[in-house]
Design a binder for this molecule. Structure first.
Ligand SMILES: [Zn+2]
Length: 269
């Protein structure tokens, strides 16, 4: 079934992330024809047993490490890079954004965002409802992958990522952002006080769920914050992890696996 076409917040014509949805996005295929490539994985294509079935890429969710290793190798094969080109983060819902090192198979330093200027380094972010934010400045050759959950988003990790990209040579007005699959504002129910607290820190994130209760749409808040920071090109992959059974959702079924958002610069033109 073809997903309903979504209207991007900004016309995507010249965006490095193209438009959404593309015909094969639901299959977790590599996206992008230029040097900047990305993908979001789904549950399909791995070997993990339930409840991590099947392509769990998270190493700290209780899954068999041997299965995770096979799944990560399959991801590497899909993006045609060696497995040690995948840079994973030790994510802690913080706001630290670091420079990824080539061949960083497992980051020892806790962080929730990473940046690189090196072609062939694939930055990976793991999520199951939180927002996977991918960013690229194609002019200056700087990319980032960011884990933006409720806490990190409210604490400003998207802006810290722009800062880290700027430190690596990028300019906000040349940055393109793609906000990936996450729990949507119709589904993400929270207490009213929490909604108000997050809305105060991240204006535009308050929502009402489809049950009429207080909710959060973190991607809406992040998109507004990024626009206010000078990023003109923000595209939202509007898939909802909670309602799309092809994706991992912590809220729908914890314990569960993690999908990955991955961005890299190809060494080939
Ligand atoms: Zn939803």
């Amino acid at each position: 079934m073809t997903p309903e076409p979504a209207v991007p917040l900004w016309p995507a014509g010249s965006g490095v992330f193209g438009s959404w949805p593309t015909p094969d996005v639901a299959a977790g295929a590599v996206q992008g024809a230029g040097p900047i490539r990305h993908l979001f994985t789904t549950r399909a294509g791995g070997i993990s047993a339930p409840p991590f079935d099947t392509l769990n890429l998270g190493g700290k969710v209780g899954d068999d490490p041997a299965a995770v290793a096979v799944n990560r190798q399959r991801l590497a094969d899909r993006i045609e890079l060696p497995v040690d080109a995948l840079a994973w983060m030790d994510q802690v819902h913080g706001t630290t954004v670091t420079l990824a090192h080539p061949s960083a198979t497992e980051r020892s330093e806790a962080c929730d965002g990473q940046v690189t200027t090196t072609a062939g380094v694939a930055l990976a972010v793991l999520v199951a409802d939180c927002v996977p934010m991918l960013a690229a400045d194609p002019v200056n050759g700087v990319i980032a992958a960011v884990h933006a959950g409720r806490r990190g988003a409210a604490d400003g990790i998207a802006l810290r990522a722009l800062d880290a990209m700027a430190a690596a040579g990028s300019r906000a007005d040349q940055v393109h952002v793609l906000l990936g699959p996450a729990i949507c504002g119709d589904c993400y129910e929270v207490p009213a006080a929490m909604r108000d607290e997050v809305e105060a820190a991240l204006p535009g994130s308050a929502s009402t769920t489809d049950r009429g209760t207080p909710g959060l749409d973190l991607r809406a808040g992040l998109a507004r914050q990024l626009r206010d920071a000078g990023v003109d090109s923000v595209l939202v992959d509007e898939r909802c992890t909670y309602s799309d059974l092809e994706l991992f959702s912590h809220r729908r079924g914890a314990p569960t696996g993690r999908l990955a958002g991955v961005i890299w610069m190809s060494k080939r033109p």
